[in-house]
Every structure is written in C-alpha cells, then in structure tokens.
Design a protein around this ligand. Sequence first.
Ligand SMILES: *Cc1c(COP(=O)(O)O)cnc(C)c1O
Length: 383
Amino acid sequence: MYTLSPFDQDKLSNYMHKAFDRAKNFIGYPIAQDFDYALLYPLLKLPLNNIGDPLLSSTYDLSSREMEKEVLAFFADLFRAPENNWWGYINNGGSEGNLYALYAARELYANGVVYYSDATHYSIQKNIKLLNMESIQIRTQSTGEIDYEDLRKMIDFNRQKPVILIANIGSTMTEAKDDITRYRRIMHELRIDNYYIHCDAALAGVYSMLLDLKPNFDFTFGADSISISGHKFIGSPLPCGLVLIKKNHKDRIGRQVAYIGTIDTTISGSRNGHTPVFLWYAMKCMGKEGFRERAVACLANAEYAMKKLQEIGIPAWRNMDAMTVVFPALRDKTLVEKWQIATGGGISHIICMPGVTKEKIDEFVADIALFEQKEMEEEELVP
Ligand SMILES: *Cc1c(COP(=O)(O)O)cnc(C)c1O
C-alpha cells in the first residue's frame, strides 16, 4: 500500500532536497534549528493524541499526557505561576495561546476592550475578530515598545469598560518588550479594578525568564496568562507552544464530554501527542542551565551580527537583550529570497536563534556587502 510511483518518488526526493537546502539559509525567522530528536523517531509510528484536558485522564490513553504535565509544571515554575492556581496546555503555537488567552479574558469580561500595540503579532488582531471583541490599537515608540501615554489616554476614554491588555514580550519585528508593571501603574492611577493582562511571550519568554531580563513579566508581576511558542527558542520539528493561565480565570471554560471521558477545556479537540514529548526531551536534556547557555550564546551572536553589519555601513540596531537584529528593509530581492528575510514597515531583521552560527552571519553580511558595492558602482556609472 505504501509504495510511491517512480514519478512521485522523484517528486518527494526533490522536495526533500529542497527542504534541506532551504534550511541552510534560514536566519530571518525565530526558529531554532539545532535540535536532535532522533531518539524519538520510533514514536512517529504511533497516533499519539492528547485530546482534552492535559491535567485530567481520558479514555483516549494513547497519549503523552504524563510528559505534557511535566512540561507544563516546568514552565509554571519558570514563569512563577501561583502554586495550585495555574492551568495550561501544550498547543499548536503562540497564536493558539493568544487565542486561548483572549477567549478566557472574554469569558471573564464579556464587554472588555482589548488594547494592543501596533507592533503586536497579527494573530492578536485575527483572534479579536474571531471572538468578536472590541479593541483599540495603541501607538508604539520607535523601538517597538508600546506608547504608555497613548495607552493611558485610550483607556481613560473607555474607562467604563473592563480592560484587556496585551503585552509583547518580544514583539515580532524588533523584539521590543512592553512593561506590565507600567500597565498596572496606569490601572492603579486610573482606579480601574477590572483588568486582565496577557503576555504574548512567544519568542522571548523562555530566555527572558532564564536570564532574568527586564522588564519582568511573570505571574508574580501581574500576568494573568502567558503564551510561548515551543518551536522558536526551544526548537521542534513540529510547530507547538504552550499557554499558562491562573486557574481561577478559566473555570468557566470546559465541558464534560462523555465520548472522550474527560473535560474539553482546550481550543482544538485532538491535540498533538508528539510535541509534548519533544519539549519534554529538550527540557530534560538541557534543563534550565542548558537553555541558559544557549540563550547567552545567541545574544552574543546577535551582538556580533549587529557589529558586523555596522562595519559595512548598515545602520543595524537591536533592542536591549534581543536576539533580533534590525536594519533598513533589505532592497535586494535575491537576498530576501535566499536568506528568507522578513520585511515590514520599512525594516528587515535577522534573528540569532540557536543554530544560527557566526559563519552564517559572516556569509550573510558578505552577501549584503557585495550587493551594496554593486549598487555603489552602478550609481557611479550614472552621469
Ligand atoms: C511567533 C509569534 C507568535 C505566533 O506564534 P506561532 O507559534 O507562530 O503561532 C505570536 N506572537 C509573537 C510575539 C511571536 O513572535
């Protein structure tokens, strides 16, 4: 049954070639590539599924729930979730974590208004639309951090409605971080009690905690929910992520379903049973110390990349403690394609994730230098 025609064999082998080739020049997106999960390959023979609530048992027991629970506990500890008052699940990534958090916030505050900055990941806007919530977009500073004055003004205009605040813990384009301590100060000054803070920590959440980077954003600093991606800093061949929330905020979500013998508390029904094992494996192999070392190496590479770009005259910059190096939008289409460089709002970036080596950075910088030189020579030819 499982044999390909020669034509399709060819097609597959071409595709596989191309995929490995594209992996060689992949510095534009925040995806770790240095993982090795070979020991887990036998599990690909099994239809693992963590359907339903991870913290409860289910009749569907061909799962990795036990590992999922360990991973969740690790991150609950890392993000300093209140003991005995947290809940979470492993999902498909940061976008689903954002959707879950906004859903929980809406169940809590049906007429709440969502405030998010214009540097916020596109999934927030999409999820707001899906949930039919009211929202206001807030200006950002030039670094990509939210403009607190604009935020205060907008909240004040709408002060009769509950406030749902999104904080970027590493914005998508510049890895800027919003300060939830300042959010809470604004709430306090405006005498607003009904508010909810979600930290979208998809990219920078894990290493920010491990290295105690500022501003703080964990549960003890006022987060009501935090979401991260698993395939970014940690690394996974399958997209994944995780959302954590104060347990008392989600009690209204979930329904007993006889068919699966558990409570349906998650966004998707069937859930990936393999990704929790990948995350568990990474967590066990590296531990906090290993993750920390990786992060330190990445930050050093980011500093290196910024300097190298500056040396060839590119005004590159990065936010404090960011793995993202920002520079004016790359003009050469060939380079954009070759290096898979994300561009938006007049800027481009590379992200020095685990797996991005100094050699890669050198190669990239050399490509840009060559392009710049060609441009200059052409300009000189124009009379
Ligand atoms: C990547 C990212 C997301 C989306 O995460 P996915 O795992 O791709 O769904 C959301 N927010 C931020 C800030 C991100 O960097």
